[in-house]
Write a protein that binds this ligand. Structure first.
Ligand SMILES: [Zn+2]
Length: 327
């Protein structure tokens, strides 16, 4: 294995990376709080990055509003807020590198072509809501116009499978064969927008992010991102995926399902709710006191003998049953 893991002992750099497609809701605050606490407990830096490449879905003013929401609960970035829409040259360079190495190729297929091909084996790509790309354009476009650009999903050594094994600090050992589960995924869409997977990998590497703490809904993207990191020759961060907040009907809270924006008339109460999801028994009557106590809780977990994987938000119910308050 010649993978470059993040250099041990490198200064901690974490990030929170929301999409400005709406305001933060209770679920996104859990991920923001966890990433902020992990950075603070490690004495590291915490960055905020706006994932605003999907311009048709962006909402005017949402980026500024999100920063204001974070500010209202005492979470402030160490450095300027970065916007992906201003970093397109970086993604273009990464794409050119992959193309030059024969890892990316143009695809002429329309959405309709892909529906008609529908070659996905039963069960593959399940839950992702999209069929596995059948590889139609791998052998060239045969005169058709280029629409998108796809990654040739193979192991770094060029053999057929692309199994990625990785370890999540909360979920433990994970694996995915990206070729089977996802297939040749899109790096640049037909509308010219760079895909989330590529932009995230380029940004995390360029910003020196070596600890990714984010919601569990993104755990499924991790294998694709690690594959891209290997192909681009950049370091792989450590990953921690936080529990999702569910609505009363069990569905994941999201902007798409109409989750209501964070209630900020009582910021401390809002923070406490996010802390409950993470199983934090933090105390305090002001934001500053509560956050300081929560950092203490988080540090305590990091120092637990079971190690990093189990020490963090392993089971919110179990943690909530704790009787000893945090420092
Ligand atoms: Zn194609």
């Amino acid at each position: 294995m010649n993978d470059r893991a993040a250099a041990p002992g490198a200064p901690y750099v974490g990030r929170f990376a929301p999409s400005p497609t709406g305001l933060l809701h209770a679920g996104s605050l859990v991920a923001a709080l966890a990433s902020w606490l992990d950075a603070r407990a490690h004495g590291g830096r915490w960055l905020v990055r706006m994932e605003d490449l999907d311009t048709p879905r962006n909402v005017a003013g949402a980026a500024e509003a999100i920063v204001a929401q974070l500010d209202a609960v005492g979470l402030r970035a160490d450095g300027p807020v970065v916007r992906q829409s201003e970093r397109v040259a970086l993604y273009e360079a990464a794409l050119r590198f992959l193309e030059a190495n024969g890892r990316a190729y143009p695809c002429a297929c329309s959405r309709r072509d892909l529906v008609l091909a529908a070659a996905a084996p039963p069960g593959a790509g399940e839950g992702r809501g999209e069929a596995i790309y059948p590889g139609t354009c791998r052998a060239g476009l045969h005169g058709k116009a280029r629409r998108s650009v796809r990654l040739r999903v193979e192991r770094v050594d060029g053999s057929g499978e692309a199994r990625i094994d990785w370890r999540d600090r909360r979920l433990g050992a994970q694996h995915q064969d990206v070729a089977r589960a996802v297939g040749d995924f899109v790096l640049k869409r037909a509308d010219g927008v760079f895909a989330y997977q590529l932009a995230v990998v380029v940004d995390d590497a360029e910003q020196g992010v070596n600890e990714v703490v984010r919601g569990e809904d993104l755990a499924d993207s991790t294998a694709r991102q690690i594959l891209l990191q290997r192909l681009l020759g950049v370091a792989t961060p450590r990953y921690l995926h936080t529990p999702l907040v569910r609505a009363a009907d069990g569905a994941k809270l999201s902007k798409q399902t109409g989750a209501t924006p964070l209630a900020l008339d009582d910021p401390l109460a809002t923070l406490r709710q996010a802390g409950d999801v993470l199983g934090l028994a933090a105390r305090g009557t002001t934001l500053a006191e509560w956050l300081a106590s929560a950092i203490g809780c988080w540090r305590e977990r990091l120092s637990m003998p079971r190690g990093d994987v189990d020490a963090l938000v392993h089971d919110a119910r179990l943690a909530a049953a704790r009787t000893s308050p945090c420092p």
